[in-house]
Design a protein around this ligand. Structure first.
Ligand SMILES: [Fe+2]
Length: 286
C-alpha cells in the first residue's frame, strides 16, 4: 500500500471560536501552541496538530492529509498521479511550515476534494493533555481516524484511491439503493469511505477513544454543551465500533467511538454488509 495513514485534516469554518471551543470542550482535543487568531491547531496525540481550523466563508473540509512511509514512496506516488493525468502541486514553504511535515504535494481527487500527500511529520514532542480529561485518542499506526466523503464522481474516486493511492476495499454495502465502500490503508478497518452524491462534501469524520467510558463521557459533554446528537449510541456491523454521532458547529457530523476493528491483512477478504449497525445509531437529526 502507498498511503499509510490519515495524518491530518484541514477544516474551513464560519465559526472559528465556536469550533475551537467545541473541539476542546466536547471532543476533548487540545489547542496546539502555534495557533493564531485566524487559525486554530488541535492536537489529539504527540503530533504537532491533527486538525487545523481556519476561519472562512464556508463550513467544509478544506483538505485531507494522507501520509506515506518516506520521501521515496512520496516521489513514486507523485509520479503515479502525474502519469495518470492528475496535476500535482508542491507545497509552498508556508504550507510545509503550517502542516509541520518535511514534504507535501497536493492534488484534487475526481470529486473535487483537495488531497495532500505528505511524508515525515516534524514532531514537537509535546504531550497530549486533554482539557476535559480524555485519556488518549487511538491513533499511532492507525492514523487520526476516518473520513466519509460524499462524492459526485464515485467510480472515478474509487479508482483514484485504490489504484493510484493504494487503498484496499474492506467492505461495501448498498444503503437505500445507494452504494458505499469502505477503504483501508492500515489495519484500521477503514480510514476512508466513499458514497455517491449529487455534490461532493464531507459526511462525517471519526475519532476513536480507547474505552466505552470515554464515549459515555463525550455523550455527557454534548448534553452539557447543548451539542446536538445526530445518531444515538450503536454498534456498526463492519468495523464493530460502538459510537455515536454529534453535529459539529454549522456542518457535518463527528462520529466518536471505541473498539474499532483492526484488519489482519493476511486473512481479511472484503465482504458486503446489508445493515449499518447491529443495534442503535438511531437518527435524531435529519
Ligand atoms: Fe464512520
Amino acid at each position: 500500500m502507498s498511503v499509510r495513514e490519515l495524518g491530518y485534516l484541514g477544516l474551513e469554518t464560519t465559526d472559528l471560536a465556536g469550533w475551537s471551543r467545541f473541539g476542546c470542550e466536547v471532543l476533548g482535543l487540545a489547542t496546539a501552541r502555534h495557533s493564531t487568531s485566524d487559525v486554530c491547531h488541535l492536537k489529539a496525540d504527540d503530533r504537532p496538530h491533527r486538525l487545523t481550523l481556519r476561519a472562512g466563508s464556508k463550513d467544509r473540509l478544506a483538505y485531507a492529509g494522507w501520509g506515506v512511509r518516506d520521501g521515496e514512496t512520496f516521489e513514486s506516488v507523485r509520479l503515479r498521479l502525474d502519469s495518470a493525468g492528475f496535476e500535482t502541486t508542491p507545497a509552498t514553504g508556508a504550507e510545509l511550515d503550517e502542516r509541520r511535515v518535511q514534504g507535501m504535494f497536493w492534488t484534487t481527487d475526481p470529486g473535487g476534494f483537495r488531497v495532500e500527500i505528505f511524508h515525515t511529520p516534524i514532531l514537537d514532542h509535546q504531550r497530549f493533555i486533554s482539557p476535559v480529561g480524555v485519556e488518549r485518542f487511538v491513533t499511532g499506526e492507525l492514523g487520526l481516524g476516518h473520513v466519509v466523503l460524499l462524492t459526485d464522481h464515485y467510480e472515478e474516486s474509487f479508482d483514484f484511491y485504490t489504484r493510484l493511492l493504494g487503498f484496499r476495499m474492506s467492505d461495501s454495502m448498498v444503503l437505500d439503493k445507494r452504494p458505499l465502500r469502505f477503504l483501508r490503508c492500515n489495519p484500521r478497518h477503514h480510514s476512508l469511505a466513499l458514497a455517491p452524491h449529487h455534490s461532493s462534501r464531507l459526511a462525517h469524520m471519526m475519532l476513536e477513544v480507547p474505552t466505552i467510558d470515554e464515549v459515555g463521557y463525550a455523550i455527557d459533554r454534548c448534553r452539557q454543551s447543548e451539542v446536538p446528537i445526530a445518531m444515538t449510541l450503536g454498534r456498526h456491523t463492519n468495523d464493530m465500533m460502538v459510537s455515536f454521532y454529534m453535529r459539529a458547529p454549522r456542518g457535518y457530523e463527528i462520529e466518536y467511538g471505541c473498539g474499532g476493528l483492526c484488519v489482519d491483512e493476511a486473512t481479511w477478504s472484503s465482504q458486503e454488509i446489508t445493515a449499518v449497525s447491529f443495534w442503535g445509531h438511531h437518527r435524531e437529526l435529519k
